[in-house]
Design a protein around this ligand. Structure first.
Ligand SMILES: Nc1ncnc2c1ncn2[C@@H]1O[C@H](COP(=O)(O)OP(=O)(O)O)[C@@H](O)[C@H]1O
Ligand SMILES: Cc1ncc(C[n+]2csc(CCOP(=O)(O)OP(=O)(O)O)c2C)c(N)n1
Ligand SMILES: [Mg+2]
Length: 351
């Protein structure tokens, strides 16, 4: 059986290819890396815990892909390009077959996005993967959560709800009425959305041309849009007791074929709006920039849909909040112009 050091040498060292000759990756006490001139370093980190972030029987390849992809998704939301990453890996046993699959997942996503693995730590314990990733953005050009303005359109990339439905497929909890209507290919498509998310990195460099604020959707559309509103409210001087909220039109939410079948049969919007695991971007944009955004994204094969707008609420009468912090009640859901209540739609929370 390979020792910890052999394991690192055989599996992980090859993944550090791609560094410049004057950079140091795996093998020393620390990595030494260059940042391009006139750029700022952007640092993100996310942890995946078995049974919490992915079903326990998820393939090792997919676990590795997702651990890297969710960090790439955070960089995309900042308008940043990825540079390199490190990996803190906690494994319950030294299982060569599992580790080979895991390393292959890292190799594939690493070579696809050209990101070397530059270091990490390997420990024994319940399966937990933490990736820390560094990227960069032209100085002063990072996109914040906090830039939303009254009148902005709220946009999302591609489709919403596929990851959450993928989890239902994985856990076999899709309602019987829906199961029979979804094809094998659609089931696989949903599983792939859950296990092999595709971060919106291609769009991230153009995003700064048009977006006032952005976030990636990990906890659920409503919760993550709530973060945009919360952070944006911190930056605007509250005028006349006003607070930012949003109006979202349900009929505009972009749904895949499978998600449409799910909604038509269950009408259960919280799964789509608050299930999470989307790894799409939600951003706000001045209305006159929508055409430019759709033109740029169209060239990249990314669909951008305006699903609603940022509005100014009267804090005392209309908003549920008593502070600048909006609650989900400050996001109004409309169906064909009529206000509707979709029930519990808080988004994923660990505690
Ligand atoms: N344990 C922690 N220590 C320091 N900062 C943290 C910790 N957990 C989260 N944060 C920070 O809080 C902010 C929000 O985190 P999170 O909700 O996890 O965002 P995301 O959904 O983009 O991963 C980020 O700036 C993140 O770096
Ligand atoms: C087994 C399993 N249960 C539940 C989920 C759903 N889920 C778990 S964590 C999470 C939200 C994202 O995780 P978090 O740690 O909050 O990531 P961050 O927002 O920091 O990127 C979701 C939707 C899942 N993916 N797998
Ligand atoms: Mg996080």
């Amino acid at each position: 059986m390979a020792s910890e050091f052999e394991l690192i040498n055989f599996l992980f060292e090859p993944l550090s290819r791609g560094l410049s000759p004057n950079e140091i990756g795996i093998g020393d006490d620390g990595a030494v890396l260059n940042v391009p001139e006139n750029h700022q370093l952007v640092v993100v980190t996310d942890t995946l815990v078995s049974g919490v972030h992915f079903p326990e029987n998820t393939a090792a390849y997919d676990v590795a892909w997702k651990a890297v992809a969710v960090n790439l998704s955070d960089l995309a939301a900042m308008g940043a390009q990825p540079g390199f990453y490190s990996l803190a890996l906690t494994i319950p046993e030294n299982n060569q077959v599992w580790l080979n699959g895991f390393a292959k997942g890292l190799e594939d996503i690493g070579s696809f996005y050209q990101i070397p693995l530059v270091g990490g730590d390997t420990t024994n314990g319940p399966l937990t993967i933490t990736v820390t990733m560094q990227g960069w953005v032209s100085t002063g050009k990072a996109i914040r959560r906090s830039g939303a303005k009254e009148g902005d359109l709220v946009c999302v990339t591609n489709y919403i709800g596929n990851g959450a439905l993928g989890l239902m497929v994985a856990l076999n909890t899709l309602p019987e009425s829906v199961k029979g209507l979804i094809s094998e290919a659609d089931s696989q498509y949903l599983l792939d959305a859950l296990n092999l998310p595709q971060p919106q990195l291609d769009l991230s460099s153009s995003l700064k041309e048009f977006a006032n604020s952005a976030i990636d959707i990990s906890d659920g559309l409503l919760a993550d849009l709530g973060h945009i509103l919360e952070e944006s409210n911190k930056l605007i001087a509250p005028k006349d007791g006003k607070v930012l909220g949003a109006q979202i039109n349900l009929e505009f939410i972009p749904l895949s074929n499978a998600a449409r079948i799910y909604i038509e049969n269950t009408g259960h919007w919280p799964a789509i709006l608050a299930g999470g695991d989307d790894y799409q971007l939600c951003f706000t944009i001045a209305p006159d920039k929508l055409n430019l955004a759709q033109e740029m994204s169209g060239k990249l094969g990314v669909k951008i849909t305006a699903i609603g707008k940022v509005v100014s609420l009267d804090r005392v009468n209309e908003s549920s909040s008593t502070s600048n912090k909006p609650s989900l009640m400050d996001i109004t859901l409309l169906s064909h112009g009529k206000k509707i209540d979709v029930g519990e739609a808080k988004g994923y929370m660990h505690f």
